[in-house]
Structures are given as C-alpha cells and as structure tokens.
Design a protein around this ligand. Structure first.
Ligand code: COA
Length: 183
C-alpha cells in the first residue's frame, strides 16, 4: 500500500485498473438489490446491498456514521446529501439486514477518478465481509462508468481502516491532501 498524509492527518489510498466495465449488466435501482449478483457479502447471509434513499435512510446512516466515529460535516446535511445524489446517486450504497442499516459507503465520480467517503459498518457486524462487499460494489459500479482509478481518504491514525484497505489491495502513494473550506 502506498501512503499519503494531509494537513488534517489524512491519507489517500488508491486502487487502479481491474477488469473492463460491462454496461449491459447490473443497473442498481433506488432501493433495489442488483439482480445479477448475490444480494450481499457471502459470509454475512441476510445482508443486502442497495442504493441509499434520502427519505428512507438519512437518519440511520448519520447515526451509523456518528457511532462509527466519523465526522459529520456541513456536506452531510440533508441538503448536502441531496446535492450529491443529483450527481451520482448510484454510488451511495447501504448494507441492510432485516430493515436495519448495518453499513454505508458514499462513492463519487468526478468524471475522471472515483472516490470513497465515509465507509462504515455497524460494530456488531464487523469482520464479516460487509465493508469489503460495499467497497467491491462501488468499485464495480465505477468500472462500469469507465473509471480506472479510485481513491479513499483515510485519517492517518485510523490504523484499522488502513489495514482494511491494504487487505483490499489499496496502495498509499506519496501524496499529501491539502484542503480549505470555501464557506
Ligand atoms: C473499516 C470498516 C469499514 C471495515 O468493515 P468490516 O465489515 O469489518 O470489514 P471486512 O469484514 O470486510 O474486513 C476485511 C478485512 O479487512 C481487514 N480488517 C477489517 N477491519 C480491521 C481491523 N479493525 N483491524 C485490522 N484489519 C481489519 C481484515 O483483514 C479483514 O479480513 P478478516 O476479517 O478476514 O481478517 C469498519 O471497521 C468500520 O466501520 N470502521 C469505523 C469507521 C471507519 O474507520 N471507516 C473508514 C473511514 S475511511
């Protein structure tokens, strides 16, 4: 894994390439499980991965992020998320067990690169492949969109997340993230 750090103590982890996109396959519709793939991680039966729905999932996902120690910023208000969904709604996914949100990941495509933000899995459901399944599903959708490289921003002291991404084949390139608020 190749590493990067930022002014806010963040690392960028990157994954490149993979098999070609298959646009004919697997559209993910709001609230639906893709029809041509298993409905969730193989070692976590009963978990399905589907597209995030603002009206249905917002409160539960914010709660999951808070419980998982992730920052909730100004971009994560309902309005902020609605704006994100105008751009690439198919890349924001949740994992659900019997109506309960147990995982979430927000993917984006800036037209050139893919990014993951705020991946989280409920504590009681960790180490059963749900995080992996969420990442792999967003990777698959990004590939289908023609994206060849994906980055994730990870806090530099989040050793568990860095190990997780390393296990999934992500590198730490020697980059530094710099950021500035525009509001
Ligand atoms: C990081 C996170 C999403 C992983 O979710 P998960 O569903 O437990 O991940 P998986 O079960 O798919 O793990 C796959 C592999 O990653 C590695 N891994 C996962 N969690 C790990 C941990 N806490 N420490 C070390 N390695 C870990 C392991 O190799 C694991 O395989 P194994 O269980 O067979 O050993 C979850 O721990 C989480 O929500 N953390 C809090 C929020 C967070 O830090 N998110 C990342 C923001 S960038």
């Amino acid at each position: 894994m190749t590493s990067t750090s930022s002014s806010r103590g963040e690392h960028v982890v990157q994954q490149r390439g993979g098999r070609a996109a298959s646009p004919a396959n697997d559209p993910v519709h709001a609230g639906d499980v893709p029809s041509n793939r298993p409905p969730g991680p193989s070692d976590s039966p009963g978990v399905v991965i589907r597209r995030f729905s603002l009206s249905r999932d917002y409160d539960d996902v914010i709660d999951l992020w808070r419980r998982s120690g992730l920052d909730i910023g100004p971009s994560e208000t309902r309005e902020g998320i609605a704006k994100k969904l105008e751009r690439d709604p198919h890349l924001f996914l949740v994992a659900e067990r019997e109506g309960r949100i147990v995982g979430a990941i927000m993917g984006t495509n800036d037209g050139r690169r893919g990014y993951f933000y705020r991946l989280a899995v409920d504590r009681s459901e960790r180490r059963h492949g749900i995080g992996t399944a969420l990442v792999r599903e967003v990777e698959r959708l990004l590939r289908r969109d023609g994206v060849v490289k994906v980055n994730a921003i990870v806090k530099a002291d989040n050793a568990a997340a860095l190990e997780f991404y390393e296990r999934l084949g992500y590198d730490h390139p020697a980059l530094t993230v710099v950021s500035r608020r525009l509001t």
